[in-house]
Design a protein around this ligand. Sequence first.
Ligand SMILES: [Zn+2]
Length: 485
Amino acid sequence: MKTQRVNPGNRLLLGLILGFCLGGPVAAAQDTVLPALPPADEGSLYVLYLNWDGFGYDLYERANQPPYPGTPNLNRLLAEGVLFTNASAGVPSLTAPMQTTLLTGAWPAVHGNYYRGYDREANLLRQTGRENAAETLGEVFVRAGLPTASIQQFALLDRGVWWDNPRHLYLEPGGRFAERVARAVDLLQGTPVESLHEWVVMPEPPRLLAIYADDLDVLGHNEHPAFGLPTAPDEAGRLDRTVRHLTGEDPEAYGFGGMDELLGRLLQALRDRGIYERTIIALASDHGMTGFSGRSSLPDLLATVAGLGYRVQFLRPGQSAFPDTQVVVWSAGLQAHLTFREDPGSEGYRRVVESLAGKEYYGGHLDREELARRGAHPQSGDLVVWPKPPNHFKADSARSYPARGQHDTLDPSSHRIFLALAGPGIRKGVIIDTPVYAVDLAPTLAHLLNLPAPAGAQGRVLVEALANYTAEEEADGAPQGSDSR
Ligand SMILES: [Zn+2]
């Protein structure tokens, strides 16, 4: 394609005309000449927030052990930053609630996105969508007058970024991480990108750029063929196809070098734009993934509670309990949630827990106090029981599942998330193994940019990750902040 040199204004016009007339990504492919953008403020900092859905910490460990080739681009980034090896999701560890938590610093009890829960007053099993009653990090940036952009990070849509808004831009290219990185590179180069109805050029790099990719989640669930790969027949194959997508061990099969190589391309785009040294990079996940297979243990769980003398009823979203139902049960696949419509008393509650804890499929449970302590929404129930892998509480009890993945469980494979920070103001080459939580990310990023934490944030600033961190702060008990929640 012929290279044209155009100024930013003409380029925008060209993009709009071509995009409008031809209805395709012609303008984006025009050329690679960088328009002369105004220089960013000296000293101003940027945030690149990457979220790899389903990137459990164990996946990172697996990718860096034989027979896999590792994640060299990610490891180079970690050598310049901080890796948290003991970062946890909240309850439930499902996508919408946890994506919301990461960007608000608030747990579901505050932001109100709990995925599925029983509303006692309305006698209704509710399902949430994009609900969020808390302020997002994007809204903090907007409040400070700073430009923002999001590539498919839906938790920011209309909450700090908007379709067709060249200063606070939302894009949804679909596809894989590869397509989203390509759009991010366009954005950083000042190339027109397609939003909802318009081709848009951001006049300056966004101070907050969020990119969401669900490749690992799709592969981890193993529900259908994905990215040209067949469904894996067993647990080893399920894990293998997920890890290989990350490491790019088989470029022939994927047509690209894996998500790790794409990360390298993205960081190179920051260097090319001249803002790498001023960019704080955060890579986080909402949850990991836990393998499950075989028949559901739900019928036994229901029978066990019924065997203690309770009238038990399993509910699906939109359903109500019968008037005489005493215990309502629901699930999103792995963990079972129980709500007692009549108070069983502490002895009755204890007997239910003990009966379920004696089962071979029992993985663990959270009682009322522990659910509240972890920020679960009141509608998440009075008791949550998660199964020992590969058991599950899927509603379809007639079906025997092949190797599949799901993540609404406190099992570490799902609950322990990947979290890393790098860039200005952050310690270099440090591993932090004290407990940190998904709620801590947004307050920490806001602090690094000298912005207020999002209103409603419950997390703490991860001071132990900051370059100016001193041992006295440790002696003062910085990590204990996490234990107080
Ligand atoms: Zn997810």
